[in-house]
Design a protein around this ligand. Structure first.
Ligand SMILES: *Cc1c(COP(=O)(O)O)cnc(C)c1O
Length: 380
């Protein structure tokens, strides 16, 4: 299904995160054709001359990092995603406010890249299971691309998530269970000819979400934060930012050995990454009976769980699971003290900060980033 996509001249190849098998970037790819694991997009970083200061005058979207993205200018399907505000909320603490993206969450970043690439590589239809925000973002970017979208979401997902997909003209399925069941439903009953943009089942959503790391460094005036608190579901953003810090080191934007300590924040009712991290395991196990109001964290068996674990260990980070009541309390506390439109996932990250200060993992002098991954307005 090769058309003639205008791929970036810096794109070097696509390799499997698990077995390193090489794949052809000119084709519409899913998971690794050999082992079924997620794919990684690689660039010829040594020939990219871009400096952080060079992007300062570019438009305030994630496309300002064009040299580190897979396609040429002019081919993007965009709604102006990225370059969200980094808001100081306390001494040495900033909230990266991802609620300010199109469709109200950072899923817009990933879908902008996935839809742009797939469209130029010949996709004619899209589908994805979702805990909520991914469906809304896919529906919007599909509409922007002029291509039909089918989504499946758990039946108990709040109404605004369904309304949003309907607004953008998507075909919607309600499925009993979690996002895992929604994925199974689509594989069995979804349109056979649709391109599946499920989390980490195509290579480009990572490329969209990694831009959050470039923005953090740019917005901190070139400094690398000490700790990043990231509400982790499928792990796209965690994996993407981990990759982006390596890319920035290779480009000379940051010191070669300086990385933030990444923290995966999960919900006590669905914490496969936190459990595996603390057990010293290399892979996550499926979480039975996943339950949390932080729908973005209700991902019982993340395909990229092993990559999340690598990222946490590689950066001397940690993982933490937050109880529902504490998440709720922290959501209200952060919103009321900051004016930020906080979602339960962002509230979980705020709660994690208090607990990690108490345990000593976060020191007073640490520069800390708390991710508010989406708007709180859809949770009712
Ligand atoms: C999807 C989602 C998450 C989890 O993101 P991943 O990068 O897939 O781990 C967190 N918060 C919200 C609001 C989400 O929609």
């Amino acid at each position: 299904m090769t058309t003639s996509p205008r791929l970036s001249k810096f794109l070097r190849g696509i390799h499997c995160f698990a077995c390193e098998t090489s794949h052809d970037p000119r084709t519409l790819l899913g998971v690794c054709q050999r082992c079924g694991m997620p794919l990684r997009v690689d660039y010829d970083l040594s020939s990219i001359r871009l400096k952080l200061a060079d992007v300062a005058a570019r438009p305030p979207t994630l496309w300002r990092y064009r040299e580190l993205l897979p396609l040429e200018e002019g081919d993007e399907v965009t709604l102006g995603e990225g370059f969200t505000p980094l808001l100081a909320v306390a001494e040495n603490v900033w909230v990266k406010d991802e609620a300010r993206n199109p469709t109200g969450s950072f899923k817009a970043r990933g879908m902008a890249l996935a839809v742009s690439m797939a469209k130029h590589l010949g996709a004619k239809k899209f589908s994805a299971p979702s805990a909520g925000n991914a469906a809304g973002a896919l529906a919007a970017y599909g509409a922007r691309a002029g291509l039909p979208v089918t989504v499946a979401m758990p039946d108990d997902t709040p109404k605004p998530f369904f309304d949003e997909c309907a607004l953008y003209g998507a075909t919607i399925h309600r499925v009993q269970g979690t996002i895992a069941d929604a994925g199974k439903f689509l594989r069995e009953h979804g349109p056979k000819d649709a391109y599946d943009v499920s989390t980490l089942r195509e290579p480009y959503r990572i490329e969209g979400k990694k831009t959050m790391a470039y923005e953090l460094v740019e917005q901190l005036g070139g400094a690398v934060p000490d700790v990043v608190l990231y509400p982790t579901g499928g792990g796209t953003g965690l994996v993407g930012m981990w990759k982006a810090f390596d890319e920035m080191a290779a480009l000379g934007w940051i010191p070669a050995d300086k990385r933030p300590r990444f923290v995966s924040v999960q919900a006590a009712g669905c914490a496969p990454v936190a459990k595996a991290f603390h057990e010293g395991a290399e892979r996550t196990e499926a979480w039975a009976n996943a339950q949390t109001r932080a729908y973005g964290l209700r991902v019982p068996s993340p395909l990229g769980g092993f990559i999340c674990l690598r990222a946490l260990r590689d950066t001397h980070g940690t993982a933490i699971a937050i109880e529902e009541a504490e998440m709720q309390r922290a959501t209200l506390e952060l919103a009321a003290r900051s004016g930020i439109d906080v979602c339960p996932e962002g509230g979980a990250a705020w709660a994690a900060l208090a607990q990690l200060r108490h345990s000593g993992f976060v020191r007073p002098s640490d520069r800390v980033i708390v991710f508010n991954t989406g708007t709180g307005l859809k949770y009712r």
